[in-house]
Unconditional design. Structure first.
Length: 324
């Protein structure tokens, strides 16, 4: 295809032509909306580093889920912020823990929305690590046992899907096993398979009050410099029984989304994380960028890279642009 016979601009002349040849379309049905549940009643605490996002008590979580569902968003992912933390993250797998209560409130109010739960210990441990600490190290095998407890307790409370975000080895197999043993053969696992050790989680840790009190997460989350390793992680999770493979964060890892999409024959999710949201909000507030346009361009780029599902704090704001 050579100029002057071929002129790419021919097909860009009108809005109708541009629409006709658009290769990537996003819609509210692509989104999963993350929500932060706190104890109490009538609570709606703004998260300072994430303008427009809140810590919500469970009845407000249910209202927000209702709004999302009305806009065409098929699912939410729940994070819990307990009142009490301890070394074993007990509140993560308690029958009436904060997430368990939030699940029930949402399922009562919006039975058809897909309620996904983040399965991890960091919001529930007093040291803030995603696993059990033994002699200053994060112990893998005792952690996956507790993660499976958490997943089963979420399923018992009515969750439709569980999403382990801890990055311990073997946790998908352990969770699949325990869900099946307890009769939850139909609860899918969305695995945070390629989850990188990223500074883009900063605002989330403020929102969830889950920053590690000592050290960092480098012994379990992936080195941002690695790509082949993401394929190994994804393959392991496929073999262990994952139903959806996630890459996280999204923007600095579009190449990883693309590679995983190419190599793995399962649906791929990408997490457009807190720092990615905050940067756009901050730059828009300063008048440096058009926030809405950058939001839509960003979400489109994540889908174009290969994500079938996008977890994003922009879900409601973006969905409103489609006028459901
Ligand atoms: C918990 C978890 C984190 C995120 C999702 N689940 C934080 C972390 O690993 O430190 C990050 C989400 C975001 O930044 O939006 N393991
Ligand atoms: Zn964690």
């Amino acid at each position: 295809m050579l100029f002057p016979e071929y002129r790419p601009r021919r097909m860009r002349q009108t809005k109708a032509l541009r629409n006709m040849i658009r290769e990537t379309r996003i819609s509210p049905s692509d989104f999963i909306f993350p929500l932060f549940a706190v104890e109490g009643k009538n609570i709606k605490n703004p998260i300072p580093s994430m303008p427009g996002q809140f810590q919500l008590s469970v009845e407000n979580i249910a209202s927000m889920a209702a709004e999302a569902y009305k806009l065409g968003i098929p699912g939410i992912i729940l994070f819990g912020i307990p009142n009490k933390k301890d070394s074993l993250g007990t509140e993560a797998y308690k029958k009436d823990g904060i997430v368990q209560k939030a699940i029930k409130a949402v399922k009562n109010r919006v039975p058809n929305i897909t309620v996904i739960t983040d399965v991890c210990l960091c919001e529930y441990t007093d040291h803030g690590h995603c696993g059990i600490v033994e002699k200053g190290k994060i112990d893998n095998d005792s952690t996956i046992d507790l993660l499976a407890d958490a997943a089963v307790s979420h399923a018992r409370a009515g969750a439709d899907m569980v999403a382990p975000s801890d990055m311990m080895d073997g946790r998908v197999a352990e969770i699949r096993d325990r869900l099946d043993d307890n009769g939850f053969i139909n609860i899918p696992i969305m695995a945070y398979s390629a989850k990188y050790h990223s500074a883009y989680y900063g605002p989330f840790r403020e929102a969830a009050n889950s920053a590690p009190k000592f050290g960092d997460r480098k012994t379990y989350q992936m080195d941002p410099a690695n790509a082949m390793e993401a394929i190994r992680e994804a393959n392991m999770d496929v073999e262990e029984g994952a139903d959806i493979i996630m890459v996280k964060p999204a923007l600095s890892y579009l190449d990883i989304i693309y590679r995983v999409k190419t190599e793995i024959d399962l649906p791929i999710a990408a997490y457009n994380v807190s720092g990615e949201y905050s940067m756009i909000k901050a730059a828009a507030k300063l008048g440096f960028i058009d926030g809405e346009k950058v939001m839509m361009e960003t979400l489109t780029s994540i889908k174009r890279a290969g994500a079938d599902i996008i977890l994003t704090y922009f879900a409601i704001e973006a969905a409103k642009k489609f006028g459901a």
